[in-house]
Design a binder for this molecule. Structure first.
Ligand code: MN
Ligand code: MN
Length: 334
């Protein structure tokens, strides 16, 4: 079989959008008779494939290999030694989700626990507070994801407390990251749950400054599209009376700040509920973004929109797992 001619997709930089169609078909287990659109192909790849991937953007080698195979000529230079294998230093395959062992009544986990975080796996350690819930990694010394509801009950006039501090609530044997370790690193102490989402009381605001809610975030990201999206979300509450259910996280590895792993990517899913009492339906709006943790970033967060499905591919999580399957299927693919 001969290779199909390269295809150029009209996105931001068309010159790199050259697919190897047969290779993609092989990855997807399709025969040459099946017709694939460009969007079908992208739907199977992690979000970095939209712009530029490098090895720090993947959680495992198999995933990097999928992207290597998808494009002709190794456009992202994932196979520097040209042996046909991408990103050999990564773990071979995705680690499966932990079994669910922990039940929570938290309003911040209503739509599911993305990685089945609990109290068994130190790298998927559940931290549950009244203000938010998160999964923390002992080996990376940084969170995996956080989940939180925000609506007008959580918003008020409390000032930013700015009391960054180690999280003394971590179990014995976990390293407690310190605010000082970010000094002169070039990275911001980026909040996952934003300070601005917890302005009802000083205690709730202060909880966002625990270092378990903080990640080394490129400042142009933190102060650019990431912040714009945070404000966009709050505007939906202030101006339109919406209520948000947010899951945000990070993956990939581009080195360390002190003992804290610097993620390659940061992502967020915002479920926009019609009002404070509204439930979720097939028509519920969902905003999903996945951005490089880089100073070379576009100001407009819309540039980084993707689907929940593709964030699930990149992270291995099952987001919104407590949402009925038909609703999940509808809202995760668009
Ligand atoms: Mn921030
Ligand atoms: Mn899901």
């Amino acid at each position: 079989m001969s290779r199909l001619s390269p295809f150029s997709l009209l996105l931001s930089s068309p010159s790199i959008w050259r697919f190897s169609w047969l290779a993609i078909a092989a990855v997807l287990g399709l025969s040459s008779c099946d017709r694939l659109s460009a969007s079908d192909i992208y739907a199977s790849l992690p979000p970095c494939a939209d712009i530029v991937c490098d090895c720090s953007d993947f959680t495992n080698q198999a995933q990097a290999q999928t992207v290597l195979v998808a494009f002709e000529d190794d456009v992202y230079n994932l196979d520097g030694d040209r042996n046909g294998t991408a990103c050999e230093s990564l773990p071979a395959v995705a680690v499966g989700l932990d079994a669910p062992t922990y039940f929570s009544n938290s309003e911040h986990l209503t739509f599911g626990n993305p990685s089945n975080a609990g109290k068994d796996n130190p790298d998927n350690w559940l931290i549950e507070r009244s203000q938010y819930v998160l999964s923390y990694s002992k080996s990376r010394n940084v969170l995996n994801w956080a989940s939180w509801r925000v609506d007008n009950r959580w918003l008020g006039r409390t000032d930013r407390q700015d009391d960054f501090r180690p999280d003394g609530g971590l179990p014995k044997g976990f390293y407690q990251a310190t605010p000082g370790e970010y000094r002169r690193s070039g990275y911001d102490r980026g909040h996952m749950v934003p300070s601005g989402d917890r302005t009802n009381t000083s205690q709730d605001n202060s909880a966002t400054f625990l270092m378990t809610n903080i990640l080394p975030q490129a400042s142009e990201n933190n102060r650019g599209p990431w912040k714009e999206l945070e404000q966009y979300g709050r505007d939906l509450i202030y101006q339109d009376g919406k209520a948000l259910y947010v899951i945000g996280g990070l993956y990939g590895d581009q080195g360390k700040v002190g003992r804290v792993t610097v993620p390659g990517r940061v992502w967020k899913v915002i479920v926009v509920l019609d009002d404070i009492n509204a439930g979720i339906s097939r028509d519920t709006a969902v905003i999903a973004v996945d951005m490089p943790n880089s100073d070379r970033i576009e100001a407009d967060w819309q540039t980084y929109r993707t689907t929940v499905d593709r964030i699930e591919i990149a992270t291995g999580y099952d987001l919104l797992s407590e949402v009925p399957a038909d609703i999940q299927a509808a809202i995760e693919s668009r």
